[in-house]
Design a protein around this ligand. Structure first.
Ligand code: SF4
Length: 324
């Protein structure tokens, strides 16, 4: 599978005062193949959303490189760059309530990208908007209504239509269901799954619900305090996690399917995630790790490929001294 997106050593720090920086994303490398879904998981504050936004150019990178089809994306987008790349790379945002402009009609919201990035007439744009509203399970007459008239699940469908009307190849889904009622979460996930299959989309699916990520993803990447600690086939990582953080993260996440739940080893995650302003020396997980060793407190583990996992569907990478 050819890489559609390749991220090399991406770093994103936010300056918060003299000499103080939030280390939101620290030296992350990840490739995403064409038509692949990579799930990115981790606790709140682990840097998942910042990674997705920086990858798309919504934040200026501190350092590192993002390649799209082998071509390096600019660090700081100029208007022309947006015109060139925005139709190919889109984002579905976490909170449908705040990500849609309440003063615009649904037709204006969904059609805005086509207005900016195409030469299509108003009539054709309107036809495309209606088509997309219907593709995401809404109705043609919703086009003239405003966001306040819709439920959270409907608003997220509108957000999906807005992102996909440009027919992007790559979409970052930033916790697309976490703001929704449990009753509509599965509907939105099934819609994304259906659209992915029909349109051949490549997705980075950011979420903290590991069961949901396993369900939709080909591979799973686990992020802790701005760094990747484990990457592998979604089922392999979920049912046979190698990194101690992945183990406690999965162990603390109940599996809704009773058969899968029986396979799962239940654990709880102890202690607090360290401040991203004062990153500890050595392994970032050392203060919470049940398997911590002396070396962990002064030497930073790097992501390495495990070569002795014969039955793995895809290569597994782990950053932990237990494997070095
Ligand atoms: Fe635990 Fe050490 Fe592995 Fe870090 S490197 S996860 S502290 S065993």
């Amino acid at each position: 599978m050819a890489d559609l997106v390749r991220v090399n050593n991406l770093v994103k720090y936010f300056d918060i005062g003299p000499g103080e920086k939030v280390h939101a994303v620290d030296d992350v490398s990840l490739s995403i193949g064409e038509r692949e879904i990579v799930g990115l998981v981790g606790e709140s504050g682990s840097g998942k959303s910042t990674f997705g936004k920086t990858l798309l150019g919504l934040h200026v990178k501190t350092s590192g490189q993002v390649l799209y089809k082998g071509e390096a994306l600019p660090n700081k987008y100029k208007p022309n760059d947006f015109r060139m790349y925005a139709p190919h790379m889109q984002m579905i945002f976490q909170d449908p309530y705040s990500s849609l402009n309440p003063r615009m009609t649904i037709g204006e919201i969904v059609g805005e990208g086509l207005k900016l990035h195409s030469n299509l007439s108003q009539v054709v744009i309107r036809e495309r908007v209606i088509d997309w509203l219907q593709q995401v399970g809404l109705q043609a007459d919703h086009i003239s209504r405003y966001p306040h008239a819709f439920s959270g699940g409907q608003l997220q469908r509108i957000g999906i239509a807005r992102a996909l009307i440009l027919e992007p190849e790559f979409v970052v889904c930033d916790e697309p269901i976490s703001a929704l009622d449990v009753s509509v979460q599965a509907q939105v996930v099934n819609l994304l799954d259906d659209l992915k299959n029909r349109l051949g989309l490549t997705l980075l699916f950011i979420a903290h619900d590991l069961s949901m990520v396993r369900y939709v993803s080909d591979r799973m990447a686990v992020m802790y305090l701005g760094s990747l600690v484990e990457v592998g086939a979604a089922d392999d990582v979920f049912f046979d996690p190698k990194h101690p953080y992945t183990k406690v993260l999965i162990g603390s996440n109940p599996e809704p399917d009773p058969i899968s739940e029986r396979k799962r080893k239940s654990t709880t995650i102890q202690g607090e995630i360290p401040s991203p302003v004062n990153i500890p020396d050595g392994c970032r997980f050392a203060n919470r790790c049940p398997e911590v060793m002396d070396i962990c407190r002064h030497k930073t583990p790097i992501l390495i490929s495990l070569t002795n996992l014969a039955n793995e569907q895809k290569p597994r990478q782990v950053a932990c001294h237990l494997f070095t």
